[in-house]
Structure formats: structure tokens, C-alpha cells
Design a protein around this ligand. Structure first.
Ligand SMILES: Cc1cc2nc3c(=O)[nH]c(=O)nc-3n(C[C@H](O)[C@H](O)[C@H](O)COP(=O)(O)O)c2cc1C
Length: 210
């Protein structure tokens, strides 16, 4: 059986920040389980915001040409996605939002053009969402959860788990968290395990501290 493909998308503008540390931990565990892993840092890509030209409503394709097409291809081909974002103003950060909005071409394919992403039948595609915020707020993951739910819907992916960690502000704070690193590794391992059946519902791992 070919190895499960996992793509990890880091959307944080901060290199070696908390988002990236947890993402790398999840990907390392997936790799150790035999998965083929690819890592993408969106801050190193040139991905413009959606310009709402509505070209994709007729064609299903985004006509703005930049690094989006390359990242997008990887996300279509993959079996598993780990999408990691810091919380900025109570939602996903700008790099993440640009990538998400450019996938409006998938929304168009699915809901306007009625063209299934995988015409030969659904694939077992799953995702893990990682989000990190600096404050104590309990509401700060609400928008992330909702945005990612609808984003994964157009990607034809089931959300296997959300890993949300609060009060991790300075670079590297998650390394001192009592359980965040272990949870990232566990969820990365489970995401890559071919013997685990597709999730009936999303596993919510919310590591709040006061
Ligand atoms: C522009 C900006 C907005 C932020 N907004 C929030 C917020 O709404 N809630 C929160 O808890 N933390 C907020 N933070 C803090 C970050 O979520 C926190 O520092 C996080 O660790 C950043 O992830 P990183 O280490 O991967 O860069 C914000 C930080 C920045 C730079």
C-alpha cells in the first residue's frame, strides 16, 4: 500500500513560532508512522488575496496566477492535511485567510458548477487543525473553528481534530506547555494511521489554561 500523504501548512508569519512548533511536532509523528510528509510555510509564498472577479464561477479555476496554484495542487493530491494558524484578532491570520479565500474556486466547482472534486468518488481525506492564541479568551477559537469547518467542506476533507491552545504568546511558549506537544504528536500520529477509520465527528482538543 502506498504511504499516506500528509501536507502541513504553516500560516504563521513568525518563523519558529508556537504554531509552527506544534505543526512540526504533528508532522514528525506522522512521518514516524510511515507517512510521506510535505511542509509548506505560506509566509514564503506569494499568495494574493481573492479579487472576487468571479472567473471561477464560470470555470472552476482561479485566474490570479501566483504560488497559490502550486500549494493548491498539493492540497488536492494529499490524503491528509495539517493546517496551522495563530489566532489574530479572534480568527485565522492573514496568510491563512488569503489561501482559504483563493479556494473559492473549489466552492464554485462544488456549489455553482456542481462538479465534484473527485468525480470517480469520494476519497478518505482528513484534516487536523492547529490554532494557537496568546490570550485567556475562551471565545477566540470560535471563528477559527467555523472558518475551518467550511473550508474543509470545499476541500472534501473531514475534520478529524481541532487542537487549540491558549495563552501561548511569546515564541516557544508551547514548548513549556504541560500537554500541547504530546497532543500534537498524538493527533499527528492518529491522522497518519491507515487503520483508524474516518472520524464520525471532530475530536475537540482544547487546552485552555486560566
Ligand atoms: C496581529 C496579531 C493579532 C493577535 N490577535 C490575538 C487574538 O485575537 N487573541 C489572542 O489570544 N492572541 C492574539 N495574538 C497573539 C498570537 O495569537 C500569539 O502570539 C501566538 O502565539 C502567535 O503564534 P506564533 O507563535 O505561531 O506566531 C495576536 C498577535 C498578533 C501579532
Amino acid at each position: 500500500m502506498p504511504a499516506i500523504k500528509v501536507i502541513g501548512i504553516s500560516s504563521s508569519p513568525r518563523r519558529d513560532g508556537n504554531t509552527e512548533i506544534l505543526l512540526r511536532e504533528a508532522l514528525a509523528a506522522a512521518r514516524a508512522s510511515g507517512a510521506g510528509v510535505e511542509y509548506v510555510a505560506l509566509r514564503e509564498k506569494r499568495i494574493a488575496p481573492c479579487v472576487e472577479c468571479n472567473h471561477c464561477y464560470r470555470t472552476g479555476v482561479c485566474r490570479v496566477e501566483d504560488d497559490f496554484q502550486q500549494v493548491f495542487r498539493g492540497m488536492i493530491e494529499t490524503d491528509r492535511l495539517v493546517f496551522a494558524t495563530p489566532v489574530f484578532f479572534m480568527t485565522v491570520c492573514a496568510h491563512a485567510k488569503a489561501m482559504i479565500d483563493r479556494c473559492q474556486c473549489l466552492w464554485s466547482r462544488k456549489y455553482v458548477l456542481k462538479q465534484p472534486l473527485f468525480p470517480t468518488g469520494g476519497r478518505d481525506r482528513r484534516a487536523l487543525v492547529i490554532a494557537v492564541g496568546g490570550s485567556r479568551s475562551r471565545k477566540m477559537f470560535d471563528c477559527v473553528r467555523l472558518t475551518m469547518k467550511y473550508y474543509l467542506d470545499v476541500l472534501d476533507m473531514k475534520c478529524a481534530a481541532n487542537l487549540f491552545v491558549n495563552r501561548a504568546d511569546e515564541r516557544g511558549a508551547v514548548l513549556r506547555h504541560p500537554s500541547a506537544m504530546a497532543e500534537a504528536a498524538r493527533l499527528g500520529r492518529e491522522l497518519a494511521d491507515p487503520d483508524i477509520p474516518p472520524p464520525a465527528e471532530t475530536s475537540e482538543v482544547e487546552l485552555y489554561s486560566e
